[in-house]
Design a binder for this molecule. Sequence first.
Ligand code: FRU
Length: 496
Amino acid sequence: MTITNVTHKEQINKAMDALETSKKNVVNAQYRLNYHFMAPVNWMNDPNGLIQHNGTYHMFYQHHPYSVNWGPMHWGHAVSTDLINWKHEEIALAPSESYDFQQGNEDIGCFSGSAVSVGEEIALIYTGHVIGKSPKEVQAVAFSKDGLNFRKSEKNPVILPPAGVSKDFRDPKVWKKGDTWYMVIGSSIDGNGAVPLFKSENLLQWSYMGPALTGDGTQGDMWECPDLFPIGNKHLLIVSPMNMDNGKNIIMAGEMDYENGRFTPESVKEIDEGDDFYAAQTFVDEKGRRILIAWMDTWQTDFPTKSEGWAGAMTIPREIILENGEVKFLPVDELKNLREELTTYKKIKLSPNETVDINTQNTFKDSYEMKVTIDLRNTGKTGSAGLYLRISADGKAKAKVYYDINEQELVVDTTLAGGKTNPTVSRAKVENPGDCLTLRLFMDTCSLEVLTDDGRTWITSRIYPSKESTGIYTFTENAYAIFKDINMWTLRKVID
Ligand code: FRU
């Protein structure tokens, strides 16, 4: 029996008061996003417990309601009927028990995890983290009948790290197959990322089946936020590797053997080659779609919005498609409901090193979607063609999104886009460029998500341009290009 010196409800009330007080700290908030999910105020990181339950989408997330910096972790909570409009609810989980709370210790809390429907109830499965305690990370469960108030189980903690598995042992992802619950946990075995697998009949008693997979030595020394799920006739495994290529999330397609509890990967790729994408989590909605949302930041990135009283955001929801064994990600259809005003261009022909202004009326400010098809047949087979976005009046500041024709790469160059101390150039191979390349992009006040090649290739970056930098040009460098079709929509604001 756990000895409790504060009740869970008291901790939630305290945190809600802190949030209310902090709201006045959101000042000069030019970067509050228009349609990307954010906490009402203060710090947030990973998406947690994504689920659609009785028609309602629930988004939980790692949240520090007391400050703009990471701290004792709570689970923020919001609900939606369309994945676009979100309503903030009361904090769902706050540190309160000996396995997730310790007076005076700041490195504690309810770490990442997942949600499942159990009849009418929602169960949250999360990691209790208390640094300095042994073991420091254990798994816990909380239940709710109304989808708003969660009570932690008396049986917690329900899983401790088994022998041979690292004490870094967090981020449980639970799913059901037949009558059995399965859980993968983010961990490490002998210095390689690993996902220990457990099974249970009731979410409370779990048996260890061994690691579903251990990394091959090149995939980081610890895997955070694993997600293993069936899609089509395959299983996909997502992990967030630590200490590998800036922590780019990887996705493996393969076969799952439930008898022996082993996942055999057949292919592996990065989900998103941008610098601001981490801790991706998926869920199946009632339409049967497998939807992915990630934290649109990483631990290595800057958070210039801390000076505005908030930090952290989610990516747009992306649907995962498995087609002929290949994994693709497409923006969910609901995003089309954000579209307002449409501007189109046809057949803009550019000679080498030419630019054309395509925002002459300045209709497009900081929140828009673009779909641009570039005819690649007569480029000269070298150079590049693409877009300058968020251009400043003097032309010096801009984000560049382009296709490197020779390298067959999508490139997002944020080095001149502003705001970050560590801006970068992200490059991603385009597997099937064909005669025409279609670029799609989603711009918000301080984010840019670009995809091409039918959703095979994505680059997500945070950028922090000045409000006045709104120019949009097509450009070429050492190449001819025909911008065959350009559709651009302003997108409406739906997030506070
Ligand atoms: C991933 C992560 C998780 C952990 C959480 C803590 O970004 O480090 O492994 O549960 O964040 O907030």
